[in-house]
Design a protein around this ligand. Structure first.
Ligand SMILES: *Cc1c(COP(=O)(O)O)cnc(C)c1O
Length: 419
């Protein structure tokens, strides 16, 4: 069931008219449906009900505290890629033992922070990182649980910017090197070898690349077992895609069936790091039409949200649906929907038939829950927007709109500039 639906001519989030939210908080704003977040998390979790597993939600897709708390309340852990994300997740109440830490550039202070916290494991992405973690853990008289992120060299068939499991990608350690690194890891004093990890890309719309990668890692696991290295955790990463437009990604249940079949005989505890799959279609961005203009064959609709608020179209040329918040337009028009930013890449919709929005009309960009607010910035000195969460017939502001004072927080004018 879709929780962003029209009732009559008005678009609702669960049982709240978006028009009402806009009247209270202004525009633009992100809106998340609590029921949708919950349903998506459970659908993913249920797909693995037959095997021991932990869902470590990928914080970077949407790191807002209330979103994290929603999943933590459902028993979820988190996948983090920085000390900042660890701080956010801990503040939201995550159990440290359900935290996995990925990323190619972990800094010393971040490693220390994670060790002090007592996270489950580090997903190690390079030989030097493994050495560094061991050194820091030894100094702290601790053992760091680790998995090696293996780069299986499988093409996930997605956008090049979000492909991570090919040999030329910066992520992980290639299979041939990874065997050596496991052998070395066993001898390192600060290291407890507990898992194996992969994450091959984002917005995958087929299960095959996951299964192909798992098969490659299984060969490694077999070899390691014959050397007496018995791994407990198999982290399958994230990356399962969603429908933005006409994609047909597998349902979590179908994905689950194939992954369980491919891993069952290993008897390992599975970890998943879904991000987009859970939050993507649980959020929308609501904006207002400021002006329209027609020029030769081209129509422009200028709105109060831009690429600084939702970067995906500018960054990847990606598609977001657009719906009127109140259906009151006189037909359709082919137009670009553009933001106020002084860049030609600042568009949310390009050459598409859309409702004939006029000044003051509200519109909602769909599938904006993942990599939406989390990627937003204050470029052009535009305060970052508000976020609200809807549950039933209630909504709450879960992040205040930034103020213009916030924009210069932490700045100071150099003393030699003032006389
Ligand atoms: C980004 C990321 C994820 C989440 O990817 P989605 O496509 O949003 O599911 C999971 N694991 C790692 C290591 C990541 O970098």
């Amino acid at each position: 069931m879709n929780h962003f639906q029209f009732k009559g001519t008005e678009l609702y989030a669960e049982d709240v008219a978006l028009k009402e939210i806009a009247a209270k908080v202004g525009t633009p704003f992100y809106a998340y449906s609590h029921a949708t977040l919950t349903r998506h998390f459970k659908a993913f979790d249920d797909s693995f009900a037959s095997v021991p597993h932990t869902i470590c939600y990928s914080v970077k897709a949407n790191s807002t505290q209330s979103v994290l708390k929603t999943f933590i309340n459902l028993g979820g852990g988190v996948d983090i890629v920085s000390g900042g994300e660890l701080y956010r997740a801990l503040k939201a109440g995550v159990a440290p033992r359900k935290v996995v830490y990925s990323g190619v550039g972990k800094k010393d202070d971040e490693i220390e922070y994670a060790l002090n916290t007592g996270i489950m494991m580090f997903n190690v992405e390079s030989e030097q990182e493994l050495t560094r973690i061991s050194e820091i853990a030894s100094r702290m008289v601790k053992k760091a649980g680790i998995a090696i992120r293996v780069n299986p060299d499988v093409d996930p068939g997605t956008h090049p910017y979000i492909t991570t499991g090919l040999k030329n990608a910066k992520f992980g350690i290639t299979i041939d090197r990874a065997m050596q690194e496991y052998t070395r890891a066993m001898t390192l004093p600060g290291i407890d070898v507990i898992g194996i990890d992969m994450h091959i890309g984002s917005q995958l719309t087929k299960v095959n690349p996951f299964v192909d990668s798992i098969e490659k890692l299984k060969i490694m696991i077999g070899k390691l077992r014959s050397q007496g290295v018995d791994l407990k955790y198999f982290d399958c990463g994230g990356g399962l895609g969603i429908q933005y437009n006409d994609e047909e990604p597998p349902l979590p249940a179908d994905y689950g069936k194939e992954i369980v079949a491919a891993t069952k005989d290993l008897g390992m505890h599975l970890i998943f790091e879904p991000g987009r799959n859970i939050v993507g279609n649980a959020g929308i961005l609501v904006s207002k039409c400021l002006y329209t203009k027609a020029r030769d064959e081209k129509n422009f609709i200028m709105i109060d949200a831009g690429m600084n608020d939702l970067a995906r179209p500018a960054l990847y040329g990606s598609f977001h649906g657009v719906l009127p918040v109140v259906k009151e337009q006189d037909g359709m028009i082919v137009a670009d929907i553009v933001g106020p930013i002084c860049e030609s890449g600042d568009f949310l919709v390009k050459d598409r038939e859309v409702p004939m929005f006029k000044q003051g009309d509200l519109m909602a960009f769909t599938s904006a829950g993942a990599y939406g607010f989390a990627m937003s910035s204050s470029y052009n000195s535009r305060p970052r927007v508000a976020e609200v969460m809807i549950k039933g017939d209630k909504f709450e502001v879960i992040r205040e709109r930034e103020t213009i004072e916030d924009l210069i927080k932490g700045e100071k004018i150099a003393s030699f500039l003032v006389s």
